[in-house]
Design a protein around this ligand. Sequence first.
Ligand SMILES: [Zn+2]
Ligand SMILES: [Zn+2]
Length: 250
Amino acid sequence: MNRLGPRDLLAAFLHLVFPTPCHVCRQPLALDHVSGLCGRCWGALERMPAEGCLRCGWPFPGPAGAGGAERPLCQRCRETRDHFRTARAALRYRDEGIARAAILLAKHGGHLSLLRHLAGLLAEDAPRRLCLADWDGLVPVPLHWTRRWQRGFNQAEVLAQAVGRRHEIPVLRRALVRMRATPPQQGDVTARRRNVGDAFVVASPARVAGRRLLLVDDVFTTGATADACARVLMRAGAADVGILTLARVE
Ligand SMILES: [Zn+2]
Ligand SMILES: [Zn+2]
């Protein structure tokens, strides 16, 4: 049995007097909590269904293939010309959902330990949705350096590193650079595409050419950011581009 040291006793005492609340539901956390989310909130993170649109993973209202199509695509994918072949996400991002609350806390509240736990969830979930052997490298969607400096981390990089470590895929950290600090994405898909249209450049084309690259980001909303990145990667000679995100907006 492990013996408790003075530090453990002090931590237990402080926890008793000032219990740390769950970041989402504010219920007191267990002493050994690590993510900042209680077990109930963690277990209630909404997962994306396994079946959905062949390209973007969007869940269909009925079983996959509803409508009798052999290669079922959702309305978005039937109407959009994307530069990425496939996009998958682990969690559903809904207005009142726990996944949204957790991601916003991790990103804007600076809770890096929560982000690392979410990254672990993504790493564990990804092989259920994508054949990871199909990809030669992971490319985190970059932040502009000013935003990265303010935040202290790039959430996409933390996610990519967790996936890369778990599945032994190299992370190409500086392959892609964000040249402009774009305003936060808002509005419809056309406005979003315009906002990020020329924001990204490939910094090292030699690392990109001929490779199958999986872009990693925290949230997929309309796909405008993902597509802007995919476009410059394909122009730089990437053989294939896919998207893996922690969550997908409904
Ligand atoms: Zn909770
Ligand atoms: Zn789709």
